[in-house]
Design a protein around this ligand. Structure first.
Ligand SMILES: Nc1nc2c(c(=O)[nH]1)N[C@H]1C(S)=C(S)[C@@H](COP(=O)(O)O)O[C@H]1N2
Ligand SMILES: [Mo]
Length: 446
């Protein structure tokens, strides 16, 4: 090996213990850190160099000076809302390519998870799901009401709401319809289409418990109705224990006010539960004794079970994961080193572990979980893979803090009926890689 330092292009050695391939990982535990660093670099270097992915060898020629070094750039305008680089125009939300809705009111758009680094989805890319379009609500005129079995019904303006002590919490946000086109056959091509009704958000607002305590809950109150101010007047019933536990009356997302399509000026956030219960454009909550059995609790958002029964109120999103890179529609650039990465989440708690298989589920290796690992939140996992150029089938399988293991489609079929428009698809997602490096969806086939 030459002692010249390659200019600018070599991947830096992976120093953090948890991002290392297994063999380097062991060395990191060595107490002799200086000695280790030398050896660790050599090992990481050889693993990466053997694959020549992510870097080209620097030559002895001087580095050319780009035009951007030879003139001044665009000055800062007096005020503006920043937008992504013009070179990132492909990173957009998309309506589904699979399930075409002829009447456009009940519709959805999906998050491009294949392009998302980390666990937070930028506001312009958070998936949208609405049943009657996005209403145009003036926050100065909007009112939010608490009534029903309370000692004192209350009306809040937005100015009133933001005066209460607030909380900000990271949570995943997922529609229970995520993946419903892909139970038995790979109808979707990309991870945006298979899993893009999923986003990671830092929600800000007032705990529902604070406002309900102020109204004073009647001891007979057991369920809470949430109703939206949109054309669908979307309404759901939530048990009061959940409402008092962690529900947020939210006005902020990722450092700014809610976007119109995500519930502006105020929505409910019901952490870890199906997106449908997080009622947007929230206009009232009412405390009652029983659930109300709304359309979204009877005709929709119920699950077919064996023997023709239908399960109601299955609102917790069970543990799930997906590999976002490499994923469907992507192309591997020759054999060698790849960092396989994806997202895992559970409505029942934290992610404890994610296993990854490269051979269609015969063998599994434990992936590294990247901090922070938070309750009911997206968790990023990563694992090193040296692709030998032969066909492979990649899968991830998450385990949550309750010990629940993400199932295969076959396992789900043993306990539920998979007929028609079925929600709550949390099965393992397989991606196949062929000898040309093309990645495709093989759900139900692998
Ligand atoms: N008022 C109202 N709230 C609603 C809906 C709606 O149509 N109207 N759709 C629900 C569904 S099915 C989902 S998955 C989430 C989607 O939230 P998002 O558009 O912010 O991603 O909002 C829920 N809350
Ligand atoms: Mo949904």
């Amino acid at each position: 090996m030459s002692d010249k330092i390659p200019v600018g292009t070599a991947p830096s050695p992976r120093r953090k213990k948890n991002v290392l391939p297994a063999e380097i990982d062991t060395q990191l535990q060595s107490r002799d850190r200086r000695r280790f660093l030398g050896r660790g670099m050599a090992t990481a270097g050889s693993l990466l160099a053997s694959s020549a992915v992510g870097a080209t060898a620097a030559t002895a020629a001087p580095l050319p000076v780009p035009a951007t070094n030879q003139s001044m750039g665009k000055p800062i305008p007096p005020n503006e809302y920043g937008t992504p680089s013009k070179f990132e125009k492909h990173v957009v939300r998309r309506r589904t390519d699979v399930l075409k809705n002829l009447q456009n009111w009940s519709d959805w758009s999906m998050t491009p998870l294949q392009y998302q680094p980390g666990i937070i989805t930028p506001n312009g890319l958070i998936f949208e799901r609405h049943h009657g379009g996005t209403p145009d609500i003036d926050p100065a005129k909007h009112r939010f009401v608490i009534h029903g079995l309370v000692k004192q019904p209350l009306t809040f303006t937005m100015d009133d709401l933001v005066r209460y002590p607030s909380v900000s919490r990271f949570h995943f946000h997922e529609c229970s319809g995520n993946g419903l086109t892909d139970w038995l056959k790979p109808a979707s091509k990309t991870v945006q289409q298979t899993h893009g009704l999923l986003s990671g958000v830092l929600w800000t607002g007032v705990p529902a418990s604070t406002l309900l305590e102020e109204a004073g809950i009647d001891p007979r109150g057991k369920w809470v109705l949430f109703e939206g101010a949109d054309g669908s007047a979307h309404t759901r019933s939530i048990p009061i224990e959940k409402v008092l536990d962690d529900v947020i009356i939210a006005y902020g997302m990722n450092g700014e006010r809610l976007r119109p399509e995500n519930g502006y000026p105020v929505r409910a956030v019901i952490p870890g539960w199906e997106g449908n219960v997080s009622v947007k454009w929230l206009r009232r909550i009412k405390v009652g004794e029983q659930p109300w059995h709304f359309r979204s609790e009877t005709a929709r958002y119920t699950d077919p079970m064996p023997e023709g029964k239908w399960r109601q109120f299955s609102m917790v999103m069970e543990c799930k994961s997906v590999i976002t890179s490499p994923s469907g529609g992507q192309q591997l650039n020759g054999p060698g080193f790849y960092e396989v990465t994806g997202l895992a989440w559970s409505g029942a708690g934290k992610i404890r572990a994610v296993d990854v298989s490269f051979d269609g589920g015969r063998n599994w290796r434990e992936a590294m979980l990247e901090e922070p690992i938070m309750d009911k939140c997206l968790t990023r996992f990563k694992i090193a893979w040296n692709w030998d150029g032969a066909p492979a089938v990649l899968m991830s399988r998450a385990v949550d803090s309750t010990g629940y293991v993400q199932p295969s489609v076959q396992e789900i079929r043993k306990v539920r009926a998979i007929v028609g428009f079925v929600q709550h698809h949390n099965a393992i997602q397989p991606w196949s890689v062929n000898a040309k490096g093309e990645v495709s969806n093989v759900i139900g086939q692998a």
